[in-house]
Write a new protein. Structure first.
Ligand code: PHE
Length: 440
């Protein structure tokens, strides 16, 4: 349950639609789905397994497992890679979650009732152009996240998630039903599901893979930490598969709800990070009981973001507690403050620093701090971390240890082993090389 809460978040509802829009739709979605099932699920199984056997924060779990299996202590850097990735992801995640909180209030106040595309667009621009407002909501989100982290990963999250995910599901269905009534429904579906490979670039492939890792929360130790709390009798394969299905369904429903609205209002599918903050208010503003559904939706989105953000920072918190003798409270406050400060870089990416002259004439030209952070973490650090976990599990763990942990039948085991051992490392390598232009 907690791992599902980690997986389902802004990645599904905010990021998936906007990067699908930026990367041409169908072909991107297809590659994304392939990555989820061929790489995501087996790597998630490997990560849960490493966590359950390591039973510590990711750095020490890797150190411990490497020792148990007689391998180099350098493996602890894999843990570090994840701790750092989680920290940086949270820094921008919190800013976007802040947008969602602010939309709870604007939707609740009826701002979007009967609104047209221009008005909702204007509202979004005004919000993102005001650093102080963004800082305010970013701070609120960081505080509510760190309060829960400071109190420890408790069954509180599991209880919240048990209600949250089904509620989110129902609301997404309501939105899809609304989307069906709009004139752009067929176009929206075509955009999402009819693959046109001429629209996908080598970088698009890298982004589809990065998104698969991001949305499943794998490759950085979040799932490893939760694996450490997983009871011995729980089936790792079944858990991983269920999480992947739930996570993918939410993302696909979000796409099916959003693209019809894009096309029926003549909006731009590739308009970027503001996509859901323009399309969804537009939908809520024009459907029956829209203010009610809209407010409820943004509340659920904030909760979904919150249950993900806890898992982004938990590896770092656990490391400070287990190694530096920090109390949980002190670790949470320290990391919360640091993350908050780095988050300011993302706040300014949408206003003061939307153009960084320093990046001119480099490959980063035209990118913002947020773009760079997101690119490095999702597209490079998570796949790299994930594939190293796959390599560890597939090549360095003893077969008996894997079989004992996974407890699946022979065929399933062989399939998993083949995927982590050969398919994922080769695939990640090819996608990386492809993205830097080796094959073109
Ligand atoms: N999976 C989360 C989402 O989709 C984000 C996340 C990534 C959480 C990595 C934890 C670790 O929103």
């Amino acid at each position: 349950m907690a791992a599902t809460g980690s997986a389902v978040g802004l990645g599904n509802i905010w990021k998936f639609p906007y990067i699908t829009g930026e990367n041409g739709g169908g072909a991107f979605v297809l590659i994304y789905l392939l990555c989820i099932f061929l790489m995501g699920v087996p790597i998630m199984m490997a990560e849960v397994m490493l966590g359950r056997r390591g039973r510590r924060n990711p750095v020490d779990s890797m150190r411990y497992l490497a020792e148990e299996m007689g391998h180099s202590q350098l493996w602890r850097f894999l843990g570090w890679l994840g701790v750092v990735a989680g920290f940086f992801i949270l820094s921008y995640y919190s800013v976007i979650a802040g947008w969602a909180i602010s939309y709870v209030f604007s939707t609740g106040a009826g701002t979007f009732a009967g609104a047209d595309a221009e008005l909702v667009g204007q509202h979004f621009d005004e919000l993102t152009k005001s650093p102080l407002t963004l800082i305010f909501w970013h701070s609120i989100f960081m505080v509510i996240t760190m309060i829960v982290v400071a109190r420890g990963i408790e069954d509180g999250i599991e209880k919240a998630v048990r209600f949250l995910i089904p509620a989110l599901f129902i609301l997404m269905i309501v939105m899809v039903l609304y989307a069906m009534t709009t004139s752009g429904f067929a176009d929206g579906l075509r955009f999402m599901f009819a693959p046109d490979f001429s629209k996908i670039t080598t970088e698009g492939v890298l982004k589809a893979m990065g998104q698969a890792f991001f949305t499943l929360s794998i490759g950085m130790g979040a799932i490893m930490v939760y694996g450490a709390y997983l009871p011995k009798e729980t089936s790792i394969a079944q858990t991983s598969f269920t999480i992947a299905i739930a996570d993918t369904s939410v993302a696909v429903l979000a796409g099916v709800a959003i693209f019809p609205i894009v096309f029926s209002n003549g909006l731009e599918a590739g308009s970027g990070p503001g996509l859901i903050f323009v399309t969804l208010p537009l939908a809520f503003g024009n459907m029956a009981f829209g203010t009610f559904f809209g407010t409820l939706f943004f509340i659920l989105l904030v909760f979904a973001a919150w249950s993900s953000s806890i898992s982004l920072i938990e590896p770092a918190v656990a490391w400070l507690i287990e190694n530096k003798n920090f109390s949980r409270i002190k670790a949470s406050i320290t990391l919360g403050l640091l993350t908050w400060v780095v988050g300011l870089g993302t706040v300014f990416s949408f206003n003061e620093w939307s153009y960084i002259a320093l990046f001119d004439n480099t490959p980063l030209q035209g990118k913002t701090f947020f773009d760079v952070l997101d690119y490095l973490t999702s597209n490079i650090m998570l796949p790299l971390g994930g594939v190293l976990m796959a390599i560890f599990a597939g090549w360095l763990m003893k077969r008996t240890a894997c079989e004992e942990e996974l407890a699946i039948n022979e065929t399933a085991y062989l399939l998993w082993h083949f995927l982590v051992r050969y398919v994922t490392p080769v695939a990640v390598m090819l996608v990386f090389l492809n993205a830097i232009g080796v094959f073109s």
